[in-house]
Design a protein around this ligand. Structure first.
Ligand code: SF4
Ligand code: SF4
Length: 290
């Protein structure tokens, strides 16, 4: 990790579809001297909103897969019997089902099984219109190990970060799994985007429990707060004693979807949102820089 002349902010949500990327792209647009990373590698979509061009593309190898050498295989059937992932049929290994556990290799009497590095995804180093660096990655269909890809794309971004960069803004993966843990390493502040629903509150609690383990300060944005003001109040009541700031309550607005459909950030699509996100950005800076 290079010397930290920058602060890192990750935008998370307990699940997908809460408006996380809308918030991440809007804050990215407002921040200056930044690097932007989309670590939602299972469903990357910042690149659908930004104008950018690709500087470099990299293959990502997430793990090993088994393969059977038909010239050595005596077709005893042992490998198919022991494979818990049903990846072997008629003495051939399915690339998408194989988890690389190595069990088949251990039982093969003919030394007919070997392993190869399998390409699991790609990631791209790009440049935005204002010449900020932007990174995003995509797993190939059926591939796992997205946490490792999140770490890899962040590592690539750190390697190329310039001295004048002050902010790294990360669109995180949804949920609380391994990719989220990977997105949190080295982060100074987490913006949690939630919705006023029972499941939104449940997911928020799980996320806050996770952040307590990492000891990272956070703030909450309640998106679509007016679809259920009672639940919105419950969320506010929950976060207050936890010492978590309420960054904003945003009304339900179809423009959020329309902006993405038109490949624009919400503040490009509707300039009335510039003040909303500038205020959020200023509040985040106050917490981090104090
Ligand atoms: S490495 Fe594991 S998952 Fe892959 S084929 Fe062998 S036993 Fe099945
Ligand atoms: S265990 Fe080895 S020899 Fe037996 S079927 Fe599988 S690859 Fe062929």
């Amino acid at each position: 990790m290079p010397d930290k002349h920058y602060k890192q902010i990750v935008i998370l949500s307990g699940k997908g579809g809460t408006g996380k990327t809308t918030v991440a792209t809007a804050l990215s647009e407002i921040a200056e001297a930044k690097v932007v990373i989309d670590t939602d590698v299972d469903a990357a979509n910042m690149h659908l909103v930004f104008d950018y061009y690709i500087n470099s593309e990299y293959d990502y190898y997430g793990g090993k897969k088994a393969e059977i050498n038909p010239n050595k295989c005596s077709q005893c059937g042992m490998c198919e019997l022991v494979c818990r992932f049903d990846a072997i049929k008629e003495f051939k290994v399915s690339r998408t089902s194989c988890e690389g556990c190595g069990f088949c290799f251990r039982v093969c009497p003919d030394d007919a099984i070997s392993f190869y590095e399998s390409k699991s995804g790609v990631y791209s180093a790009c440049e935005l219109e204002d010449q900020s660096k932007f990174y995003y990655a995509q797993l190939l269909a059926g591939e796992g190990n997205s946490g490792k890809l999140v770490s890899e794309i962040k590592k690539k971004a750190y390697e190329q970060v310039k001295e004048n960069v002050k902010w790294i803004i990360i669109d995180g993966p949804p949920g609380i799994g391994c990719p989220v843990n990977a997105s949190l390493s080295g982060v100074d502040f987490v913006v949690i985007v939630t919705e006023p629903t029972q499941s939104g509150l449940h997911d928020l609690k799980r996320l806050i429990n996770l952040l307590e383990i990492f000891k990272i300060p956070s703030g909450v944005i309640i998106n679509k707060y007016d679809i259920n003001t009672d639940m919105s109040n419950s969320i506010e009541k929950f976060i207050r004693p936890e010492g978590i700031s309420l960054l904003a309550k945003i009304s339900f607005d179809k423009k959020f979807i329309k902006a993405i459909q038109n490949s624009k950030t919400i503040i490009e699509y509707d300039h009335a949102y510039i003040d909303t996100f500038k205020t959020i950005w200023n509040d985040i800076q106050k917490v981090i820089l104090n």
